[in-house]
Design a protein around this ligand. Sequence first.
Ligand SMILES: [Fe+2]
Length: 259
Amino acid sequence: MTIDNLLGQSTHPDILILSGDIADKGAADSYQRVRATIAQCPFPVHVMTGNHDDRRALLKAFPECPTFDDATGKRYAQYSLDVKGLRVVCLDTLKHGRHGGALCEARANWLAAQLAAHPVTPTLIVMHHPPVIAGLDWMDPRPHEAWLQRFGAAIKGHKQVIGIACGHLHRPVAASFDATPVSITPAVAPAVSLDLRPVNFSKADGRGIVDAEPPGYALHRWKDGQLVTHFQPVGDWTRLATFEDHLVPMMEALEAEKS
Ligand SMILES: [Fe+2]
């Protein structure tokens, strides 16, 4: 349904990034279903890991996915893309067995080297796990976590990083990391409930955890040096207005006041 919405838009994106949690339990047949679904896309589709993924199964199902191989030969779904003047750096923040993010020294060093090699090219970092405290206590990282520290050190001082795009929270969220804008895409799966109260992790309080909100996606527009992110929910609703002849005077007036 979500991919139909994207394909039904009047303009198509240059690329689609599936920003992790592509399969719920990392099953091979799940990846094949995703592969079959995205086959209809007339634009490149790139995959990333999330905490629900099995990296080996994902890379097997998507052998075209570029990898970073560390000194031990371990392969990560971590790579850079050039998209019409925008450098897109996709990080692999998966550590099997962890729900939260991870960025080992090898991956963090790779990120630092990538940024050092392209110091002036506008760069968007994409990572499944947001490096922010969103107020969703049971989903949030803690500031002292090593992977957050490594990430912060790797991007520190790199002014070419114009944004960080994430997933994982299953909510549309705008935030910042230091002074860098962070966008978090809504999910195609059910949403994490919006409840900003701290959690007593040893005492159940009946709060909402997951809601069947509409799925959605983030559309990043890179044009004239500006990155703008739109969050698009997906569902059936009534369009209340279309551009017809009687609206031409209003449209012309709107444009005229900008002269
Ligand atoms: Fe996740």
